[in-house]
Design a protein around this ligand. Structure first.
Ligand code: S3P
Length: 441
């Protein structure tokens, strides 16, 4: 499917964005591990989360969407999943695959897991290695990739595991396995990554502790074998999805936009900090508590942006926002330097290459390093006029549709169906704000 974004004059409105993808996966999985029925409001109904729901069904969990839009999960308790009678297909979802491996590690049966072209190319050794240390067994394709088979154990050992990269997916997989092990399982992260798993585990009654370490890292631990209580849960709006309309409104002259109920977890707000440093006219409301997560409103109005240097230390708090930040940088005055981007090479696509190639095709001067990107801003609308391949990557697709909305000439994105993984009806959402994004033949 091809979408084309035409340059537009002004975006405006007050609305909400779909539920947070990270929180939605965790809400389904932890509700499955609780005892009793949980009801989840605001669940993201994107393809990634639906893959997780389907995998849980194949593992014996009743997961249904009720007519009122709430999702009902009949929890089976920690260790209560059943052997699936078919391969688990997690589609495009790295989070779904890696977190589910954490749960499967604690169950004494064999599961087969696969995914789409993108997911089958992504590294899984980063989770299979610690889970194997705890007692799970794996047979994987070369490089530890999917398809793979995992045989879990009901005698998992708690570990103290030092992560090489700050990855919330790896941390979460280990903590979810730790649910099944006796005693304390600890993950040491070099830098704090998003803590949705920890917050939700606590919210459902588990004991999770955090110890800051002198080198800037932290030790996160869970006490295993708790009884998790079923609950009424609400998923906040997705900060990573909000980033697309926010940047679009910051760039398209005359725009003003308000988004309500957006997740404002401080480990996800690096983009807001960066946009503020670039001079964006951005305001943020006071956060309320939504099932253990802070959420509130955001307002943005269009205005000129200046290039900035974004330090590597900020990467974990905006890891999914570099594609759209690069679009903002392309329209800014001056140079933006982005550092510490090695992890972007193993996302849904090699995002560093996809951003650099796409910007260059749109007439923006860029320099790409092993783990860095320099964007020479156009000081206004870039040329655009290019055709971009989404490379199975929803965030690449949405970023270049935003660029097209703020460019001199339309931008076409091929493979745009991938947007369904995280932001169903993105084009309709943007068009209601005044964008012109159309399907082309
Ligand atoms: C996610 C963690 C991040 C992020 C991904 C979602 C999560 O990945 O890029 O989109 O929900 O835990 P890493 O943990 O690999 O950095």
């Amino acid at each position: 499917m091809k979408l084309r974004a035409y340059p537009v004059g002004r975006l405006s409105g007050a609305t909400t964005v779909p539920g947070d993808k990270s929180v939605s996966h965790r809400a389904l999985m932890l509700a499955a591990m609780a005892v009793g029925e949980s009801r989840i409001a605001g669940l993201l109904e994107g393809a990634d989360v639906l893959s997780t729901a389907q995998a849980l069904r194949h593992l014996g969990v009743a997961v249904e969407r009720a007519t009122d839009g709430l999702w009902q999960v009949q929890g089976v308790g920690v260790g209560g999943l059943r052997e699936p009678d078919r391969p688990l297909d997690l589609g495009n979802s790295g989070t779904g695959a890696r977190l589910l491996l954490g749960l499967l590690a604690g169950h004494p049966f064999t599961s087969f897991m696969t995914g789409d072209d993108s997911l089958r190319s992504r590294p899984m050794a980063r989770v299979s290695e610690p889970l194997a240390q705890m007692g799970a067994a794996f047979v994987t394709r070369s490089g530890g990739r999917l398809p793979l088979a995992i045989t879990g154990s009901n005698e998992l050992m708690p570990v103290r595991y030092q992560q090489r990269v700050a990855s919330a997916q790896v941390k979460s997989a280990i903590l979810l396995a730790g649910l099944h092990a006796p005693g304390r399982t600890t993950v040491i992260e070099p830098q704090a990554s998003r803590d949705h798993t920890e917050r939700l585990l606590r919210h459902l009654g588990a004991t999770v502790a955090l110890e800051p370490l002198p080198d800037g890292g932290q030790a996160v631990s869970i006490v295993g074998q708790p009884e998790l209580a079923a609950a009424a849960l609400r998923v906040p709006g997705c900060a990573s999805s909000a980033a697309f309309p926010l940047v679009a409104a910051a760039l398209v002259e005359g725009s003003s936009l308000r988004l309500d109920g957006v997740g404002l977890n401080p480990l996800r707000t690096g983009l807001l900090q960066t946009l503020a440093e670039m001079g964006a006219r951005l305001r943020q409301g006071e956060a309320e508590d939504v099932s253990g997560e802070p959420a509130g409103w955001l307002e943005v109005a269009a205005g000129p942006l200046e290039g900035v240097d974004v330090p590597a230390a900020r990467a974990p708090s905006m890891i999914d926002e570099y594609p759209i930040l690069a679009v903002a940088a392309a329209c800014a005055r001056g140079t933006t330097r982005l550092n510490g981007l090695a992890e972007l090479r193993v996302k849904e696509s090699d995002r560093l290459a996809a951003i650099a190639d796409g910007l260059a095709a749109c007439g923006v001067r860029v320099e790409v390093g092993e783990d860095s990107l320099t964007v020479h801003g156009c000081g206004g609308p870039p040329a655009g006029g290019a055709s971009i391949d989404a490379r199975h990557d929803h965030r690449i697709a949405m970023s270049f549709l935003v660029l097209g909305s703020a460019a001199q000439a339309p931008v076409t994105v091929a493979g745009a169906e991938t947007i369904e993984t995280s932001f169903p009806d993105f084009a309709g959402f943007m068009n209601r704000l005044g964008a012109r994004i159309e399907t082309v033949g």
